[in-house]
Design a protein around this ligand. Structure first.
Ligand code: G6P
Length: 605
């Protein structure tokens, strides 16, 4: 996870590094640090804690003066969060920041220690810096290349050498890193928003390439030292999109952006009728005999929604897999299968590994990705971008709904191609997709105070359950995850009918149960299950279509949803669940945008 920024130019590097790191804090936030070359050599300021702690230190002990530097925000993997384990790490003449995991660090550490080297920290990163320093005889390229031959695992490195203080070196493998190009100044960053304030032009470093970054230019070499000509990309995200825009938290801002981001994701794909949906990205869906959807976290939950819709509409079997399980399960993949990888960041290590496995087996890979130019986007055979824009809050909201909308578009297109639904039904769904952003706007315009009140009522409970059937169960998985991620409240999602096989024993007087019923065909069954928990004292929050709240005494609070096509209801229904989780976390005084122990982009296994 971890965020890296580097700067070389004529401005004060410390300011630019701190600014850039603040934008990358979602990648990790248990410690932060910068290293800057000035007239008196290299100065490092680093600390356990957040960017605010680093800022405090810089104010107290003085900002390093100089115009070349590297910085880092950490999400600890090897070695607990501490000042000493924070990056940058400096050994001898070499200073380095790292994102990733050096998998063979134990063996390398032993060999380096046997050779007389003393280790200061308990990080895998220090092994890399010790190794490069041990191999450094004044030729940085030779030292880096030799070190890369020995390092296994994933890394993005920003490296400085004391005797070459006007150059930053950068390399990567399986962890993201871009080079930002400015006028008389250049940058490195884990992610574009870190440097958007200064430049939109960037190049991507590929594996086995070494970037040499100076004030007046950037060179990319292969491991043999040959210069490589690289394409330059232009970021279209604007800086405001990566800022809070008046909202107290990024999460709330991103919840409110959903009408806009859904429109951006859906509209361009609805220009040529139901049969033309996603035509630019996929020319033939008929080859897909079985789909394997592989993803992590919330992206996997959208996969569950996708399975429901694709199987229902297009009658194509879909298996949904957790990426970290998939790769080690000796998965069956055969001719006619296609894989869909869903990822906001496009950098999730386990999802990347699943993608590579499918490609090795000759299975076509379709990626539903938000970050343009990310690893998954680059390596997949076909990319369908969600146009949700930069998502900063760790808990995903707008990327989730954009992914779900994309899967619904795919389901409709597949059904049209296969003629498994009538033209009339296809047009109905097509029109409903078109109107979906307005339905979501309707919720945001009218109901937030209600969700806030409900959250305040239940903020002190210990357990909370989400129940639903079919697509509503898939939705409950996401609602429950949102709540536990940011409010630290224990919650579980259950298929409503399964509750009585064990979990109902946890339902006692006052335990909140959020019951979701958006699918008319099974609502009656869900209501029976709600009655079972109500009879045991549960405080039931019933989530249903507007006007569909059957008379009865089986709920204590009601969340009504604007009505759209049944298949699309989860996108409408997720908004109250996201908002409920958000307000619960706020009531409990939690750090909503940066929940403890979590990171937005999970680039380690
Ligand atoms: C982390 C994030 C989740 C996200 C998951 C997968 O756990 O906190 O919000 O769903 O990673 O990330 P991806 O970038 O692949 O969608």
């Amino acid at each position: 996870m971890c965020g890296i920024v580097g700067y070389i130019g004529n401005k004060q590097a410390a300011d630019i590094l701190v600014e850039g790191l603040s934008r990358l804090e979602y990648r990790g936030y248990d410690s932060a640090g910068i290293a800057v070359y000035g007239e008196d050599g290299l100065k490092i300021v680093k600390t356990m804690g957040r960017m605010d702690d680093l800022r405090k230190n810089l104010n107290e002990f003085g900002k390093p003066v100089g115009s070349v530097g590297i910085g880092h925000t950490r999400w600890a993997t090897h070695g607990e969060p501490s000042d000493i384990n924070s990056h940058p790490h400096k050994i001898g003449r070499v200073t380095l920041v790292h994102n990733g995991i050096i998998e063979n660090y134990v063996t390398l550490k032993k060999a380096l220690a046997d050779a007389g080297r003393t280790f200061i920290s308990s990080t895998d990163t220090e092994v890399a810096v010790q190794l490069i320093d041990s191999l450094y005889n004044g030729d940085p390229l030779a030292a880096i290349t030799a070190a890369l031959e020995q390092l296994h695992g994933s890394y993005a490195f920003g490296i400085l050498f004391d005797d070459i203080p006007d150059t930053i070196y950068a390399v990567r493998k399986d962890s993201p890193l871009v080079v930002g190009l400015g006028e008389g100044e250049n940058f490195i960053a884990s992610d574009i928003p870190a440097v958007l304030k200064y430049t939109r032009e960037y190049i991507l470093i590929e594996e086995k390439e070494i970037a040499i970054i100076r004030r007046d230019g950037v060179k990319i070499l292969d491991v043999k030292g040959n210069e490589i000509k690289k394409d330059t990309f232009k970021a279209s995200w604007d800086i405001e999109a990566a800022e809070k825009g008046g909202y107290p938290h990024f999460m709330l801002k991103e919840i409110h952006e959903q009408p806009k981001t859904l429109r951006a994701t859906i509209s361009p794909r609805l220009q040529n009728g139901p049969a033309g949906i996603l035509k630019e990205e996929i020319d033939d869906t008929l080859k897909m005999e079985r789909l394997l959807i592989v993803a992590c976290g919330s992206a996997m939950h959208t996969g569950l929604l996708g399975k429901n819709a694709i199987e229902k509409l297009a009658r194509v079997p879909v298996d949904v897999h957790i990426a970290s399980e998939f790769r080690y399960s000796d998965p069956i993949m055969k001719q006619g299968d296609a894989m869909i990888i869903i990822s906001q960041s496009g950098e999730t290590a386990d999802s990347i590994a699943a993608l590579r496995l499918a490609k090795q087996r000759g299975i076509p890979v379709y990626a539903i990705v938000n970050v343009v130019g990310s690893t998954i986007a680059r390596e997949a055979d076909y990319v369908i971008y969600t146009w949700a824009g930069p998502e900063i809050a760790v808990a995903t909201t707008k990327a989730y709904s954009a992914q779900a909308a994309t899967l619904y578009m795919l389901a409709l297109r597949m059904a049209v191609d296969r003629k498994t639904i009538s033209d009339e039904r296809a047009n109905q769904l097509f029109n409903a997709l078109n109107e979906l952003p307005d339905k979501v706007a309707e919720i945001l315009d009218n109901n937030m105070a209600h969700y806030e009140k409900l959250a305040a009522m239940n903020k002190d409970v210990h357990d909370l359950f989400y129940i639903g059937r079919g697509q509503d169960y898939a939705l409950c998985c996401e609602g429950s995850l949102k709540l536990k991620e940011i409010s630290y409240m224990h919650s579980e999602a259950y298929a409503a009918g399964e509750l009585k096989h064990g979990t109902i024993s946890l339902v006692t007087e006052g335990v909140p149960v959020v019951a979701v019923a958006t699918d008319d065909s099974i609502t009656e069954k869900t209501i029976s299950n709600i009655k079972e928990v109500k009879a045991r004292g549960a405080f039931v929050i019933y989530v249903c279509k507007k006007g569909a709240a059957a008379e009865g005494d089986f709920y204590d609070a009601l969340i009504e949803l604007p009505v759209t096509d049944e298949v699309l209801m989860p996108i409408v229904a997720i908004v109250p669940l996201q908002s409920y989780a958000y307000y619960t976390a706020v009531c409990k005084g939690c750090d909503v945008d940066k929940p403890r122990n979590l990171a937005k982009s999970v680039t380690v296994e």
